[in-house]
Design a protein around this ligand. Structure first.
Ligand code: EPZ
Length: 424
């Protein structure tokens, strides 16, 4: 258990370096399985989900080494094609190994990744797409076994622009026989990063970043090295903390083009947002109007992963705000914790209504998932007095050093570990 101890009520002043993107690097690590050489990933975040993916790759026969924040994945020798159950259960995104293992080994065994507090998170779109590419799918109790005599191209139209399903299809299509066309594909920057890596490995892909992606299968891929982009959700979390606490924040390397939704919010709040090349400087007076209505949408809409941190900021906005969560069925868990700070939050289904309060008072809060946990830290920084966020390791799944980062921006924040979290 990690206790984040916060002395709230202070403005933020300082700068933060943004880590590499968790949601970009995980599919890139899976892509390394598709070739028999070495893939080198620079700016790789040292977070629990990456450590979990490393254990899976090593179980499958890869040699994986760290050199600072550079990860070297040698996938020459693979053995087996079963994803270890205890690791798969820890991380939803283990499901994208299906496409990579089908592409390399023509077989994969994966236990049904569990749902979690943000929603059921089924994988029907993944399985339907891989099946249309020639994968035979059978479910043996909790295990999903997929195999193929060789994947072939297909024309796939996704009912929903699922990020993971788009990634799985790409990982299966790059070595498939023929052309694959994905319609209603996810347009997230993480999809474009994966395609950037795959093209450097020799894949033929066009249209990434749009809703229609075309892949021409090739016979072989090779190793390469690449630098992972900054994490737009980590950057967005810190920018929202600066807005809510007041003060100024400088990000020397920020994914500014991917944060247009926050730039618009800063403009509504009358706050400074100054981009210069890839750096970003923001300033907030700490008082701002409510946001009448915002809904989470697939990229380039407002990201669901910033919904809870935004809700935290709106706890002190002047007036009534309303957030509709349209991506996951139950992603307002943090909103219930906000009430312990004295916030006025009403939840009705997918709608969260927040009446801003002038003051919040510190409290003991419990994290139940990754982004909700980060939102509790933002809210604690905005509340007067002491707060504690109790966390069973959710935050370290996605934030490499949230304490050091926010302390670098002037936050009074420490963390105390009462039990060891997962092995590094
Ligand atoms: C990715 O999850 C991200 N995770 C999530 O970030 C992010 O919130 C999500 O995309 C949406 O942007 C990683 O990239 C590792 P989806 P993913 O498939 O791929 C439904 C974080 O905190 N759906 O786009 O699982 C699903 O239930 C995490 O970093 C199906 O119905 O998201 C959900 O309602 C949280 N059937 C919606 O689509 C399927 O087969 C979006 O899911 C697949 C998805």
């Amino acid at each position: 258990m990690v206790h984040y101890e916060i002395e709230g009520g202070h403005r933020l002043e300082g700068e933060c370096r943004i880590q590499g993107s968790k949601n970009a690097v995980l599919p890139m690590m899976a892509a390394a399985l598709l070739q028999r050489g070495t893939v080198i990933l620079h700016n790789c975040p040292r977070i629990l989900d990456v450590f979990c993916m490393i254990r899976i790759l090593e179980h499958l026969g890869c040699r994986v080494d760290w050199d600072g924040h550079t990860l070297l994945i040698d996938a020459y020798e693979l053995r087996g094609c079963a994803v270890p159950r205890e690791e798969a259960k820890k991380m939803r995104s283990s499901v994208i190994l299906l496409g990579a293992l089908l592409g390399r080994r023509r077989r994969a065994v994966l236990c049904c990744p569990g749902g979690c507090v943000i929603g059921e998170r089924p994988i029907d779109l993944h399985l339907a797409a891989l099946s249309s590419m020639g994968a035979e799918i059978c479910q043996e109790e909790e295990d999903i076994c997929v195999e193929t005599g060789g994947l072939h191209g297909a024309r796939i139209c996704l009912r929903f622009p699922s990020v993971g399903a788009t990634e799985n299809i790409l990982l299966g299509a790059v070595l498939a026989d023929g052309e694959t066309v994905i319609r209603n594909a996810a347009r997230e920057p993480e999809i474009m990063e994966l395609c950037r890596l795959l093209r450097q490995m020799g894949a033929k892909i066009a249209g990434d970043g749009t809703a229609r992606i075309c892949v021409q299968g090739v016979r072989k891929l090779h190793g390469t090295e690449i630098t992972v982009m900054p994490d737009r959700i980590v950057a967005g979390t810190y920018l929202l903390a600066a807005a809510g606490c007041g003060g100024s924040l400088y990000l020397p390397e920020a994914p500014v083009r991917q944060l247009a939704c926050l730039r618009r919010l800063y403009a509504c709040w009358g706050m400074t947002w100054r981009e210069k090349g890839g750096s970003l400087y923001v300033q907030s007076a700490g008082d701002y109007p409510a946001v009448r209505y915002v809904e989470t949408r697939p990229y380039p809409g407002f990201p669901t992963d910033l919904q809870s941190p935004l809700a935290a900021v709106l706890l002190k906005a002047k007036g009534e705000s309303c957030i509709r969560e349209t991506i996951f069925e139950s992603r307002f868990r943090a909103a219930e914790e906000f009430r312990k700070l004295g916030a006025d939050v009403q939840i009705a289904g997918q709608l969260c209504r927040i009446r801003g309060r002038e003051k919040l008072r510190g409290a003991v809060l419990d994290a139940y998932e990754l982004r909700g946990g980060a939102a509790l830290i933002v809210a604690g920084l905005m509340a007067e007095g002491a707060s504690v966020v109790r966390d069973e390791g959710f935050l370290e799944r996605g934030y490499e050093h949230i304490v050091e980062d926010l302390r670098g921006a002037g936050a009074a924040l420490t963390c105390r570990r009462s039990l060891p979290t997962a092995a590094k």
